[in-house]
Write a protein that binds this ligand. Structure first.
Ligand SMILES: *[C@@H]1O[C@H](CO)[C@@H](O)[C@H](O)[C@H]1NC(C)=O
Ligand SMILES: *[C@@H]1O[C@H](CO)[C@@H](O)[C@H](O)[C@H]1NC(C)=O
Ligand SMILES: *[C@@H]1O[C@H](CO)[C@@H](O)[C@H](O)[C@H]1NC(C)=O
Ligand SMILES: *[C@@H]1O[C@H](CO)[C@@H](O)[C@H](O)[C@H]1NC(C)=O
Length: 288
């Protein structure tokens, strides 16, 4: 058994950042909204928008104003429908709150209610885009909007999903507006964001690797490699032994890479992901 500190130098992690800002990657612009309704006279909102990992705008929970994280995100919004959406956002939210309370009464739902919405689009490298809108209630998928077919599809055979489907389907104005926003406005906002925000969106931060070592038992060596501060997200990590990459195998089992936390990914310096090696003998180790 070699002393642990010797092994540490044998298994040096080797980080291989993949192609930065790979233009072949699809790009996702999405708004994540969570509303909490404690009772029939209350509504609390939280709402954030991301392009990939990068925060674009958010809703101030106190006054329901939208603020942009970057001057260029605001500049890009001014060029398209987003400015229009922004100026109508409070009206939209008030209507939504009214609709939820009305539906809760019709379906005799018990408070508190939690409604979650994920809406946005994916821009593929070939220039086509695909819009999505999913609504959940109480932590479960409820209903989705199929943009191409302009149809609301219940995700669960719940009476509530059917009730919501009927009422939203009967509102032709909403369906038409969503179709426009999800297939045209969303795509064009991604394109203008990329034009104005290039410096921040394509910024590159090299990873910083830290290795921790401990010996859970005299015959075991635990190596933890933490990689932080890097941007963008795609990355791969390998262990090196005497300068040679050790591929995953019977001697080394590596886990899938846990994703960056959303905030960590862009914040820089916060936790990225871990790789762990356990050595049961000096020659074999595995992930934990
Ligand atoms: C409704 O919920 C809010 C937030 O929890 C609370 O402040 C308020 O007193 C409640 N109102 C009623 C009528 O229960
Ligand atoms: C909303 O509140 C924030 C602080 O919570 C403030 O900075 C902002 O100016 C307010 N916006 C409006 C439109 O009142
Ligand atoms: C564009 O790419 C997407 C995703 O790879 C694919 O589903 C779609 O069919 C492609 N569209 C065209 C017109 O090539
Ligand atoms: C790694 O995984 C393989 C198969 O998944 C298993 O046979 C092997 O014992 C594992 N090695 C260690 C050191 O845990």
């Amino acid at each position: 058994m070699q002393p642990p500190h010797l092994l540490l130098f044998l298994f040096l992690p080797f980080i291989l950042p993949e192609m930065w800002a790979d233009p072949e990657e699809p790009q996702v612009l999405q708004i994540l909204q969570t509303s909490f309704f404690a009772n029939i006279s209350s509504a609390e909102m939280s709402c954030v928008a991301f392009l990939g990992d990068v925060p674009i705008f958010a809703l101030d929970p106190d006054n329901w104003s939208i603020y942009f994280h970057w001057p260029w995100a605001s500049q890009a919004a001014a060029e398209g429908d987003v400015e229009n959406i922004k100026s109508h956002s409070k009206l939209f939210l008030r209507n939504m709150v009214r609709y939820v309370h009305k539906t809760a009464q019709q379906a005799q739902l018990d408070y508190p209610l939690v409604v979650q919405i994920r809406v946005g689009c994916v821009l593929h490298p070939n220039g086509t885009s695909w819009g999505f809108l999913n609504i959940g209630e109480g932590g479960e998928d409820l209903i989705s909007f199929e943009v191409e077919r302009q149809r609301w599809e219940p995700q669960k055979p719940f009476p509530l999903a059917e009730l919501v489907r009927k009422s939203l389907t009967s509102n032709r104005a909403i369906t038409g507006l969503l179709e426009h926003l999800l297939s045209i406005s969303c795509r064009s906002y991604i394109l203008t964001l990329r034009k104005y925000g290039r410096t921040d969106l394509e910024r590159q931060e090299p990873p910083v690797a830290t290795v921790f070592v401990c010996t859970p038992s005299p015959a075991q060596l635990l190596l933890v490699c933490r990689v932080t501060g890097f941007y963008p997200r795609p990355i791969s990590v390998a262990w090196l032994r005497d300068g040679q990459e050790v591929p995953p195998g019977p001697a080394l089992n590596t886990s899938a890479i846990p994703p960056n936390a959303l905030s960590g990914a862009f914040g820089g310096g916060s936790t990225g992901w871990f790789c762990v090696g356990i050595s049961s003998t000096p020659d074999s180790y595995s992930h934990a």
